[in-house]
Design a protein around this ligand. Structure first.
Ligand code: NI
Length: 177
């Protein structure tokens, strides 16, 4: 498995609507494996294909991973592989929580999301599935599915907060050049 290069704001691929996947074949499975490896390597709970520069409707999520208290090593949970995911139901109730994104490094902000969502998707083996997301999984599903439509969490906060985050990002990016 390979750790892929992460694309960060303002790379144009992050603003594009991603393409549907025709078939889950070995090539797609390899991409799913590499995306999962990349997500763990960067300590993320979710990753969408546009974040590794690939404009396809593919997401990986693991909200159950945790650090082993003794060794400090990552203990993996049960990863979710979602191809062509779409929200088919959401609760009326909304929740507000802090979010970060590997494509917006080092920044966090409060975002409003649906408390629960139901998502239809194709799995690692090409089978159609449904999942009901609650809590962190619900937020994560909405955050990652947004990536497939070229939407970042900073597009869902106030203009003032967005400008502050973009300014801070530009500062850290220019200091690395
Ligand atoms: Ni993200």
């Amino acid at each position: 498995m390979t750790v892929l290069k992460l694309y960060t704001y303002p790379e144009p691929v992050l603003k594009k609507k991603a393409q549907k996947v025709d078939k889950v074949d070995d090539e797609i499975r390899q991409l799913l494996d590499n995306m999962l490896e990349t997500m763990y390597a960067d300590a993320g709970v979710g990753l969408a294909a546009p974040q590794v520069g690939i404009s396809k409707r593919i997401v990986v999520i693991d909200v159950h991973q945790e650090d082993d208290e003794e060794t400090g090593e990552l203990r993996k949970g049960t990863p979710l592989f979602l191809v062509n995911p779409s929200i088919i139901w959401h609760s009326d109730e909304k929740v507000c929580g802090e979010e970060g994104c590997l494509s917006v490094p080092g920044q966090r902000a409060e975002v409003e999301r649906y408390a629960q969502v139901k998502v239809h998707y194709t799995d690692y083996n090409g089978k159609e599935q449904e999942i009901l997301g609650d809590g962190l999984l619900s937020v994560c599903l909405q955050h990652e599915l947004d990536h497939l439509d070229g939407v970042l969490y900073i597009d869902r906060i106030s203009r003032l907060k967005r400008q502050m985050i973009i300014k801070k990002l530009q500062k850290t990016q220019s200091s690395h050049d």
